[in-house]
Design a protein. Structure first.
Length: 367
């Protein structure tokens, strides 16, 4: 899709001369089974959970893809079907270029979001409402294995927590104009995987002077670090990074908070004032016990719904995100995942009990 861009924010986000936000290659939907309350789909009073399958030939049919073309974008799902009479109450943009694509080997529906509402643009840039959920009509046969057929799009909702798990606005920090060594490119690519969840995590971040810890500002710091060869010298690079942030964002940043970002959101090797290198903190093992609430409600065996994962990670955030990625790809979703315990281990010994428990979708926003 061709459009006139005044500013390139990242590989997948652009601003038009009018200030509209263009989000290309956004993941709108996936195939496979999703869980609903029976009352949601059949209109009865039965609150039991049922799995409804969406086959590839239905999701990617010409009619289904065409039905989402130029449909309105809204913030969360409205309680009514959007049409010409009420669109002005709900629409904050529209979706274009809807097509079949692939993400990490998984077939997905992709599209380009055109966000025209200033408040919504600001929220997205601050990491809010970056998950997507499609609103549509379809036929569902009330059988032992329900399937969605004849899917017809009505709108795309920007959500805090989408049902599909992987449906989201893509925002890579890869810069095609940068010239890095192959090693640095690989490091940045690896870091991008670790940071892909950042938009949904940094929402209630504190204000530091007049420089907020938002996804965009974190990317500015990471951009400096990558261009600096994934190294940072406290004595030599302090003024350089503060000037770089000022140039890129127009804001003054507090050095201590910039260091916090470098330590927690980059893979930089840090040199202190004596030039002695501080290596990356060794990886810990996190033993995370979690419960698949869908399998539990279906009455499956304890072995089927209680999981105990051992994850090597630098921080508990990374470990929890690993679980989030797993349950998203499995179609369970973070809202249906209950964290019951988290233990940090090093060299085979438990060194701390992390006081985190509850719904994974809530925990991952607070960590």
């Amino acid at each position: 899709m061709a459009f006139l861009s005044a500013e390139r924010i990242s590989e997948h986000r652009y601003k038009t001369p009018e200030g509209y936000l263009i989000c290309v290659d956004s993941i709108l939907a996936r195939t496979g089974k999703q869980t609903y309350k029976r009352s949601e789909i059949f209109g009865d009073d039965d609150e039991r959970l049922v799995e409804v399958d969406r086959k590839e030939d239905e999701v990617f049919s010409k009619e289904t893809l065409a039905s989402f073309e130029n449909k309105p974008i809204c913030v969360e799902h409205p309680n009514v079907e959007i049409n010409a009479e009420n669109i002005s109450q709900y629409a904050v943009g529209f979706v274009r270029d809807v097509r079949r694509g692939e993400r990490d080997g998984v077939p997905v529906m992709l599209g380009t979001l055109v966000i025209t509402d200033a408040k919504t643009i600001e929220e997205i840039e601050n990491g809010e409402h970056t998950e997507l959920s499609c609103g549509y009509d379809c036929d569902i046969e009330d059988t032992e294995n329900p399937q969605q057929r004849r899917i017809r799009g009505n709108h795309v909702a920007l959500c805090e927590q989408g049902r599909a798990g992987i449906a989201r606005i893509v925002d890579s920090v890869n810069d095609e104009e940068s010239t890095y060594t192959e090693v640095t490119k690989n490091l940045e690519k690896e870091a991008d995987k670790d940071m892909s969840w950042l938009d949904s995590v940094i929402k209630d971040s504190k204000r530091i002077t007049d420089f907020d810890i938002t996804p965009r500002n974190v990317r500015v710091v990471r951009e400096f670090i990558v261009n600096n060869g994934n190294k940072f010298s406290k004595s030599k690079d302090k003024d350089k990074i503060l000037d770089y942030i000022k140039m890129k964002t127009g804001r003054n940043a507090d050095y201590d908070d910039v260091m916090y970002i470098i330590k927690n959101y980059t893979r930089a090797t840090i040199n202190d004032e004596t030039t002695e290198e501080i290596k990356d903190v060794p990886l810990s093992e996190y033993e995370i016990r979690w419960i698949d609430k869908i399998a539990k409600l279906r009455g499956e065996s304890r072995e089927s719904f209680v999981h105990n994962d051992i994850i090597k990670a630098g921080t508990v955030k990374e470990a929890l995100q690993s679980v989030a990625n797993r349950v998203a790809l499995a179609g369970i979703g973070t809202a249906n995942t209950e964290i019951s315990s988290v233990h940090e281990r090093r060299n085979g010994k438990t060194i701390s009990y992390v006081q985190l428990w509850g719904k994974l979708s809530d925990i991952i926003k607070k960590v």
